[in-house]
Design a protein around this ligand. Structure first.
Ligand SMILES: Nc1ncnc2c1ncn2[C@@H]1O[C@H](COP(=O)(O)OP(=O)(O)OP(=O)(O)O)[C@@H](O)[C@H]1O
Ligand SMILES: [Mg+2]
Length: 264
């Protein structure tokens, strides 16, 4: 499945939450990576809006935690930010490019190049091996291929590095089609695929739902390290409130979405 260059803005950020024991980095210049403005979206032409968001900005390198009730529109919002669907009103800018007004063909190319996505339903290619699933984005984006090859000498090596990093026993699982993996293992393959070739934006929809508490915290630490290494921004949707403190910022969708009931 298919799945830059910014104007600096002179604000400084001093907050960087981390795992206990981690060294907290110095301040970074804040540069907007994702800018959602005056967004309105409804699934059915004659239906009611399910999203109405005046403004949502995600900074370069920022880790944003998004929570919200089931059915409140989190996955829909991620799909809009990823350019999989387009809003009826408003704009979505990523890396200063307005993806919401691009043709679908251009959006597909933009997404392949700049965005790594972990879908709520993983969307792995069932008959491909773990490694081939992870390499997939590099077939659609020359820059991601180039960046992957800057980190490892072959794409297979880089995919294996990421999979091992995420705790998968690549020696024993390498030749298995992903359909034979457990849900937790598939989830980690989906994350490795999203990280492959260091996209500027990583979007993850409930990526830890199938992991136990220990695996979850190890997984998050590794995910953060990979995201930090490529200075990517991370938008992470989860119902698991215990993960929230690890993020620099957290938002409740119902608080920024002015269609439904407000969160308390
Ligand atoms: N393809 C679709 N066509 C029509 N309506 C849809 C579609 N996908 C989602 N919806 C509706 O949009 C609303 C928001 O759905 P969405 O999947 O974004 O919620 P969510 O916050 O991600 O929920 P969850 O936490 O359960 O994953 C729901 O009312 C859902 O029924
Ligand atoms: Mg969802």
């Amino acid at each position: 499945m298919l799945e830059s260059l910014m104007q600096p803005n002179l604000v400084f950020v001093f907050s960087s939450r981390s795992f206990p024991g981690d060294v907290v980095g110095m301040s970074d210049v804040q540069i907007p990576l994702v800018e959602v403005s005056n967004l309105r979206f409804r699934w059915l032409r004659k239906g009611t809006d399910i999203l109405s968001i005046e403004n949502l900005t995600v900074q370069k390198g920022e880790r944003l935690f998004v929570k919200g009730n089931s059915g409140s529109g989190k996955t829909t919002l991620l799909n809009i930010i990823a350019g999989i669907i387009t809003p009826q009103n408003g704009s979505v800018k990523i890396l200063d490019e307005t993806i919401s007004s691009m043709s679908s063909w251009k959006r597909d190319g933009f997404r392949a190049q700049h965005i790594g996505i972990v879908f709520q339903i993983f969307n792995l290619i069932p008959y491909l091996s773990l490694v081939d699933n992870v390499i997939l984005p590099c077939h659609f984006s020359a820059p991601r291929r180039k960046r992957a090859l800057e980190r490892s000498s072959t794409l297979i090596e880089e995919a294996s590095r990421l999979l091992e990093h995420l705790g998968l026993d690549i020696n024993n699982l390498a030749d298995q089609p992903v359909s034979r993996l457990s849900v937790g293992q598939q989830q980690r393959v989906a994350v490795a695929r999203a990280l492959m070739g260091g996209p500027e934006l990583v979007i993850a929809d409930e990526p830890t739902s199938a992991l136990d508490a220990n695996a979850r915290s190890a997984f998050l630490k590794l995910l953060f390290r990979e995201v930090e290494d490529s200075n990517a921004s991370l938008i992470f949707v989860s119902h698991d409130a215990s993960l929230e403190p690890y993020f620099e910022r957290s938002i409740h969708l119902d608080k920024i979405n002015h269609t439904g009931p407000r969160a308390t």
